[in-house]
Design a binder for this molecule. Structure first.
Ligand code: FAD
Length: 464
């Protein structure tokens, strides 16, 4: 059961008392201030957040003070890095902004980075590059590194280099009891298990130690074609045949005619094949050749690139906009599933999604890490993610359309979802994403480190 938001006079008094307790100790901002608005803003404008207070601690000890005082005053705590993954309105809660945690140290001799919780992937990628190193990051460099890692993380190199959180060596984290701890495979091992995949359920992470990979360049980019049917059919057959050095995904795209959208792609249904290859470029080109022949590209950006350009492979739109997204996992993408997918989202369909993305998972992403974690659905090999611009006028139609697609793919769908791709919050979200055994262990660990149920993200597990 999710607890209802506390909006009564007692809750208001608790927030006021908490604000008074924080005054002069930790910067805290009330609704109506510019700081509150800036630090609680989200990139999905359909998820406005209304926390009762936003705290911007400047040190791990200040985070611990905030969480402890919030617990003492009965005010639940949420956390935000960049606002790219916001999913709950946060009424009555205190939001901890990690914006001040922008410290970053790259240790090239060890091949690791110490990454503050306020940093985006772009900063980590840029700082590692002079040493020929790179983090195993996500498709969009503007996403927060730590928020991403708490959900596992399936990026453009996932099939080759695995789930991103497999590279975490340690978390510096404040647990719901207001204690700053260091979680590693040997210290606080249950926390270390659940922080990789459990999102913010077990603590407010202030920094991670992360292994980098020796990958100064990639052979990667995207092909774009107007032959949606031929490309989807060929891609679904081709992707499972790829050697481990390749990771690929596909998007059926309906891009509007906007500045920055190439004319050849705007106002029509196209398909894009994303390709990332960590091996020799000539070998990568040979592997991609069959798709290049089928796809008859309108645009072909696949080439040798510095790892700093990894964001160009997916070229995700940046900036805030109202969107509706949905996600499901498929058991199989054989000829029947492909035919159904094309009926549902192809050029002749009624699809109104701007993006219908299919990521090919498996490979290294399906292997359990050396130290077990809470990342669910490792065995899934296909992820489907839809995104539609959801202006007030279009929101209903976009959501109905996403349901139509999910229903149509029902026979091929497997239960579960990847934490980073599954919107929502609360018990329904947790039950969808995590198997019962993982939920039970998250509940046990949450009760141990957060006996008062202070962390909002822990409550769906904690109260079980
Ligand atoms: C354009 C775009 C591209 C994306 N591409 C990928 C991709 O390739 N692969 C992938 O796996 N995901 C991807 N995602 C999803 C993304 O990884 C998640 O939305 C992630 O949660 C964003 O983290 P954030 O810190 O930027 O967002 P925020 O909204 O700040 O945080 C989202 C959630 O992360 C958790 N969190 C954040 N900071 C902390 C912290 N310090 N301590 C504990 N918990 C914390 C909390 O649960 C929080 O509610 C993408 C998202 C976008 C918008």
């Amino acid at each position: 059961m999710d607890r209802p938001p506390r909006t009564d006079a007692r809750a208001d008094a608790a927030v006021a008392a908490l604000a008074a307790a924080l005054a002069g100790r930790v910067p805290a901002h009330a609704p109506g201030t510019a700081e509150h608005a800036a630090l609680s803003t989200t990139t999905n404008l359909t998820v406005p957040q209304r926390p009762a207070l936003v705290a911007a601690p400047r040190s791990p000890q200040e985070v611990a003070d905030v969480v402890r005082l919030a617990g003492e005053h009965g005010v639940p705590v949420a956390v935000q890095g960049t606002g790219h993954g916001a999913s709950a309105p946060l009424d009555g809660a205190l939001l901890v902004s990690t914006a001040e945690f922008d410290h970053l140290t790259v240790l090239p001799a060890r091949g690791t980075a110490h990454v503050g919780a306020g940093l985006r992937w772009s900063r980590v990628v840029a700082a590692a590059a002079p040493y020929g190193l790179t983090p195993v990051c996500g498709s969009a460099p503007s996403v927060g590194a730590v928020g991403y890692l708490t959900g596992g993380g399936h990026g453009p190199l996932a099939r080759t280099l695995g789930v991103s959180s497999d590279r975490v060596r340690a978390f510096d984290v404040v647990t719901g009891d207001g204690v700053l701890r260091r979680a590693t495979p040997t210290d606080e091992p249950d926390l270390f298990w659940g922080l990789r995949g459990g999102r913010g359920a077990l603590g407010v992470v202030v920094a991670v130690d992360l292994d980098l990979v020796d990958q100064p360049t990639l052979y990667g980019g995207s092909l774009w074609s107007a032959d949606v049917e031929g490309t989807v059919q060929a891609w679904a057959w081709w992707a499972p045949t790829l050697p481990p050095q390749a990771t690929t995904s596909l998007g059926v795209m309906r891009l509007p005619a906007l500045p920055g959208v190439p004319e050849a792609l705007a106002g029509r249904t196209t398909v894009t094949v994303r390709f990332a290859w960590t091996g020799d470029a000539d070998e990568g080109a040979a592997v991609l050749a069959p798709l290049r022949r089928v796809a008859a590209p309108l645009l072909d950006t696949v080439d040798v690139m510095p790892s700093t350009a990894i964001g160009s492979i997916h070229a995700d739109p940046d900036g805030a906009m109202p969107v509706h997204d949905s996600h499901l996992l498929l058991e199989d993408l054989g000829p029947e599933a492909v035919e159904r997918l094309l009926e549902l989202v192809g050029p002749a369909s009624s699809c109104v999604q701007n993006v219908v993305e299919v990521r090919h998972l498996g490979g290294a992403a399906s292997r359990q890490p050396a130290v077990p974690d809470a990342v669910p659905s490792r065995a899934a090999t296909w992820s489907v993610f839809t995104v539609g611009v959801a202006t007030p006028a279009a929101a209903r139609a976009v959501a109905d359309d996403a349901r139509r697609i999910a229903d149509g793919l029902g026979p091929w769908t497997r239960p579960g979802g990847l934490p980073n791709f599954t919107s929502g919050h609360g018990s329904a979200w947790a039950e969808r994403v995590y198997p019962a055994v993982t939920r039970a262990r998250l509940a046990e660990v949450s009760r141990r480190y957060d006996p008062g149920g202070v962390l909002l993200a822990g409550r769906p597990f904690h109260t079980r």
